[in-house]
Design a protein around this ligand. Structure first.
Ligand code: GAR
Length: 214
């Protein structure tokens, strides 16, 4: 069974979604280790409660980004993991690390990439008057928030939304698509062809999300 390393920096609600899927028997792999880039990240407590191996690798303890990533690599390998899920991991990995783990690092981003990469995307969605946003699970490439897209979910922006209400609505979708996308990868149903993902999974062509509703 494939072992997965989950990298976090904070709250860890996406980690929790993966833990919940695992505990329901709905994950086609197992979580081998949870690594936090911050001491005291609330997500570490989630890992502890789930009985998962967990540790902190704090960038401040390393002389360079390369040294930090070398430690991440060591921890992941020691835990016998062959796949990495970034779940609110707020460090940028070096190109060397990303290439060494090519097509074996997944990330979740709270917008419909390639629109709104980077931080504060909900604020920029609201400023732009966007009516539909969402979230994206993708393979990681050296460029931030870029890489072949595995799965996306669309979420309406509602009148009166602020950053918090919008982030909360998108987060519900994140928690659904991260386990889904991870399972497709674990089941070998995801192929990267010319930097695009081809997924062997049902799609629906007969529906749309419109906002406002027609
Ligand atoms: C999530 O919304 C995730 O998509 C986002 O940080 C949050 C982490 O929440 N990630 C990024 O913005 C990465 N570019 P969590 O710690 O509760 O999973």
């Amino acid at each position: 069974m494939t072992r997965i390393a989950v990298f976090i920096s904070g709250r860890g609600s996406n980690l929790q979604a993966l833990i919940d899927a695992r505990n329901r028997g709905d994950l086609a792999g197992d979580i081998g280790v949870v690594v936090s880039s911050r001491t005291g990240a609330p997500g570490l407590e989630r890992a502890r409660r789930a009985g998962l191996d967990h540790c902190v690798v704090d960038a401040a303890d390393y002389a360079s980004r390369e040294a930090f990533d070398a430690e991440l690599d060591r921890v992941v390998n020691q835990a016998g993991c062959s796949l990495i899920c970034l779940a609110g991991f707020m460090r940028i990995l070096t190109p060397g690390f990303v290439e060494a783990w090519r097509d074996r690092i997944l990330n979740i981003h709270p917008a419909l990439l390639p629109a709104f990469p980077g931080t504060a995307c909900h604020r920029r969605v609201l400023e732009g008057g966007v009516k539909i946003t969402g979230c994206t699970v993708h393979f990681v490439r050296p460029q931030v928030d870029a890489g072949p897209i595995i799965a996306q979910a669309a979420v309406p922006v509602l009148p009166g939304d602020d950053e918090k209400s919008l982030a909360d609505r998108v987060l519900v979708a994140e928690h659904r698509i991260y386990p889904l996308a991870l399972n497709l990868v674990l089941q070998g149903r995801v192929r990267v062809i010319e930097e695009r993902v081809v997924v062997d999974a049902p799609v629906r062509a007969d529906d749309m999300l419109a906002n406002p509703v027609p």
